[in-house]
Design a protein around this ligand. Structure first.
Ligand SMILES: C[S@@+](CC[C@H](N)C(=O)[O-])C[C@H]1O[C@@H](n2cnc3c(N)ncnc32)[C@H](O)[C@@H]1O
Length: 235
């Protein structure tokens, strides 16, 4: 975990789940607008790439964990798959903009049978979970053998100059834009929550430790976002 950048204003372990849920309830109505502005629309392209990695048959049943307002569900639907959205924030689900069926549930205890879905997607949520390991175990449990998970997240570019520019944008400009259009505290938390993301080698080990194989990391847009893809081994 990237402890060096940890700031004291992040919630403690026991507060995190409730703080995150209330925060998303609050920012839900303008969440999509802020995503488009902050990423200059790149988030839409990243979601399409995420869906492409699922690579299942048409009509395949895909669970989008922490679906938020439903953008990934929408992309899955457009690609011919049957999306099911799941999120624990009622506010986000109330602002859901896709026709996919919805589950109000926790990513760490997914209310779905073993080996029952043809794929799992999850966008920009890993760093919001209380613990990533139980989530990965749940993903490995519900996937059918031979099917894939695609996890979309923010990342830090490797290039020194890009890293500096990105850090300034993410930590100063994003909270400012958030304050103008939505909620400054929430859009200050979101960049800071990157400290909850494990380093590359660590997250890959965690995914393998959950029993998933063929793990790969795809860097998006110069490394400002990442896509982690893995497969449940065939029996
Ligand atoms: C940054 S938003 C991402 C929403 C959507 N996936 C997207 O790509 O825009 C993070 C989402 O994770 C959800 N979330 C966080 N922790 C969760 C948990 N333990 N179980 C279910 N949803 C969770 C939040 O409610 C929020 O909707």
């Amino acid at each position: 975990m990237k402890q060096s950048r940890m700031k004291p204003t992040l919630p403690t372990f026991s507060e995190k789940e409730l703080t995150v849920r209330k925060m998303f309830d609050r920012i839900a109505p303008r969440y999509d607008l802020l995503n488009r502005i902050i990423t200059f629309g790149l988030d839409t392209k990243w979601r399409k790439k995420t869906v492409k990695q699922i690579d299942t048959h048409s009509g395949g049943k895909i669970l989008d964990v922490a679906c938020g307002t439903g953008d990934l569900c929408d992309s899955l639907h457009k690609a011919g798959m049957k999306a099911i959205g799941m999120d624990f924030s009622r506010g986000m689900l109330n602002s859901f903009n896709s026709n996919a069926p919805l589950i109000n549930g926790d990513a760490l205890k997914i209310p779905i049978h073993d080996s029952s879905v043809d794929g799992v997607t999850c966008g920009f949520a890993l760093r919001n979970f209380l613990d990533i390991n139980p989530f990965l175990n749940e993903v490995a449990r519900i996937l059918k053998p031979g099917s894939r998970v695609a996890l979309l997240e923010v990342d830090e570019p490797e290039n020194r100059y890009m890293k500096m520019g990105h850090s300034f944008y993410f930590n100063k400009i994003v909270p400012f834009i958030g304050g103008l259009f939505s909620d400054k505290d929430a859009y200050s938390y979101l960049p800071r929550s990157v400290v909850y993301l494990p380093e590359e080698n660590e997250i890959i080990k965690m995914i393998e430790g959950a029993g998933l194989s063929k793990v790969k990391k795809i860097r998006l847009t110069g490394g400002i976002a990442q896509l982690l893809v893995a497969e449940k081994p065939k029996d």
